[in-house]
Write a protein that binds this ligand. Structure first.
Ligand code: MD3
Ligand code: FE
Length: 206
């Protein structure tokens, strides 16, 4: 486990293989009803390489005309987002240290060539609540910086079953995903390989 004074915590191999498989099954069953869509940058409409969907009462999304936002329904199907699996609510209770349950679970899907540029999560009104993330499937090279874009960054490898807790000041740190190590995990079903699933739990409303 890595823990910094800023409130960043990496809980390596938090979930064992069996728990990872159960969680992946629960998530993929919901993704089948609430399919991944291709998000796009505000204004330019440039597509992100990561595909996304959400679980829980609210979901984060972005498209050309609406920009970054939380909403309560899927942009393509118009249906409410599926509920969060109990295992994720239990995880939040165990590691977040926050009294209220998460309101959003963003499901990020990385194919072998997907990336996520350095950014800050700033679309939540609940600025002090932590963020909790779970990695499943192929490993990723994750980059963590500081509050300013020019702050030095460090690279960490996130493996399947790892949990990251962003509390305190680290909640406002820059971060991104530089690359996926395609074929590094055999967790996900064959039609989901190679690739990486990341689940990000958040409080949204103050
Ligand atoms: C560090 N997702 O969805 S999760 C995102 O692997 C996002 O899919 C990445 O960044 C992914 O916004 C990283 C770990 C994470 C989540 C939120 C953070 C790290 C963070 C907020 C502040 C600092
Ligand atoms: Fe982020």
């Amino acid at each position: 486990m890595i823990e910094t004074a800023d409130g960043f915590k990496l809980l390596s191999a938090y979930f064992d293989r069996e728990q990872q498989a159960q969680l992946a099954e629960a998530v993929l069953e919901r993704v089948a009803r609430s399919p991944l869509y291709q998000p796009a940058m505000p204004r330019t409409g440039k597509p992100l390489s990561v595909r996304m969907t959400n679980l829980g009462p609210l979901g984060w999304m972005t498209d050309k005309t609406g920009g970054y936002r939380y909403q309560d329904h899927h942009p393509v199907t118009g249906e409410p987002w599926p509920d969060m699996p109990g295992k994720l609510l239990e995880l939040w209770r165990s590691v977040s240290g926050w009294p209220d349950p998460p309101q959003a679970c963003l499901v990020n899907w990385y194919g072998p060539d997907a990336r996520l540029g350095l950014h800050v999560d700033a679309d939540e009104d609940a600025k002090d609540a932590p963020v909790v993330s779970v990695s499943l499937g192929d490993s990723a090279r994750f980059r963590l910086g500081g509050p300013d874009r020019k702050d030095p960054t460090r690279s960490l490898r996130l493996n399947s079953g790892d949990v990251v807790v962003l509390g305190g000041a680290s909640r406002r740190f820059h971060h991104g995903v530089d690359r996926i190590y395609a074929g590094s995990s055999t967790l996900l079903p064959e039609d989901w390989r190679p690739g990486r699933l990341n689940l990000t739990l958040r409080r949204v409303r103050a």
